[in-house]
Design a protein around this ligand. Structure first.
Ligand code: SAM
Length: 327
């Protein structure tokens, strides 16, 4: 009888290897027979197809090779029974999420893509004026595929600054910003990866190496005070920003969005990793999340799946898509 033991899948993110929760598998000698090698290849091909079905992530030859590496030490009979069992599990089962985490790329940083954020500044000011005249006094933004949270915090900081500029929030002595009542800012950050979200919620970032602060304009440094009780290189996000941001695990190829009525939805550098059908599904989810008149911002190489639903707005070399009002 095969001996079972836990193996750790290694997930590479931000230049550091991290272990994701263990998958319980039997471990044994790698297949030596040619038929066994063929059978293993077939199982990995099926697993790749299942990963695409569950996550929407396109399993390229490179990712397939990574899957093969990650599972190289798992004996063929156990690989067969594990992949069969996995197939029967729902896509949000921790075992699926652990596997998917080994395949996702969480590269991100604060204030990524200055020209798109310049456009966002204009949109925010208009959204504030529109909300104020409608008596809504609330800004709602969604960072879809937020990885370790830098994008969601950037959205919150830009929203708070836009409120200061329009006279609806005040600068605080400690570097933060306080909204004037009854204004509220609500930023939702979602990702498929629980590991990335755990780091996002911790809201502590290192200034060392290829730091997430590398593109941060000096005027925004005040939103990142030294992290109490951590190394000198650790910065936390200002509490006046954190209070407006919440994180939630969410797979973008869901049947419905995590919430609706957003003024702005930002989904950058996520769709590029998905299969074509998954991109369409994800963009339908993003559209459903917007309120009429709300804006969708995508990555520079993303195509718009439902162009007739939006009007395009170009500014500062970037484009944003405004959801048409319903007739
Ligand atoms: C390169 S990061 C992008 C981070 C950020 N949006 C940016 O541009 O800096 C891509 C993120 O998409 C997430 N992702 C991939 N497939 C996803 C899916 N089906 N649903 C939700 N998030 C997904 C990954 O976990 C990863 O954190």
């Amino acid at each position: 009888m095969a001996q079972t033991r836990c193996i750790q899948l290694q997930a590479r993110r931000n230049d550091a290897d991290r272990c994701v929760p263990a998958l319980t598998l039997a471990r044994g000698a790698a297949a030596a027979e040619p038929e066994a090698a063929d059978r293993r290849r077939l199982l990995l091909r099926q697993l790749a197809a299942d990963v695409e079905r569950v996550s929407g992530i396109a399993v390229t030859a490179m990712l397939e090779a990574k899957l093969a590496r990650v599972l190289a030490s798992v004996a063929l009979p156990e690989l067969a029974s594990w992949t069969g069992r996995l197939r029967a599990l729902p896509g949000d089962d921790p075992e699926w999420l652990s596997l998917i985490e080994t395949l996702t790329v969480h590269e991100t940083f604060f204030h990524r893509d200055g020209s798109q954020l310049d456009l966002l500044r204009h949109i925010l000011r208009e959204a504030i004026a529109g909300a104020a005249s409608a008596g809504r006094y609330r800004l709602r933004l969604w960072s879809a595929g937020c990885a370790t949270g830098e994008e969601a915090y950037t959205l919150a900081i830009l929203s708070l600054r836009a409120l200061v500029e329009t006279g609806f929030a005040d600068e605080m002595r400690d570097g933060g910003v306080a909204c004037r009542a009854p204004w509220q800012v609500d930023v939702l950050g979602t990702d498929i990866s629980r590991l990335a979200l755990a780091q996002a919620s911790a809201a502590v970032y290192s200034t060392e190496g290829l730091s997430p602060f590398r593109d941060l304009p000096p005027t925004l440094r005040r939103f990142f005070p030294a992290a109490a009780g951590r190394s000198a290189a650790a910065r936390s996000v200002h509490s006046s920003v954190i209070r407006h941001v919440r994180f939630r695990q969410f797979n973008l190829i869901a049947a419905a969005p995590p919430d609706i009525g957003f003024d702005i939805v930002l989904c950058r550098n996520v769709l590029i990793y998905l299969t074509e059908p998954a991109r369409h599904t994800a963009q339908s989810v993003l559209r459903q999340a917007l309120r009429p008149g709300g804006y969708l911002l995508l990555g520079p190489t993303d195509f718009l799946a439902e162009p007739s639903a939006y009007t395009a707005r170009w500014d500062s070399g970037s484009v944003a898509y405004r959801l048409k009002q319903q007739r």
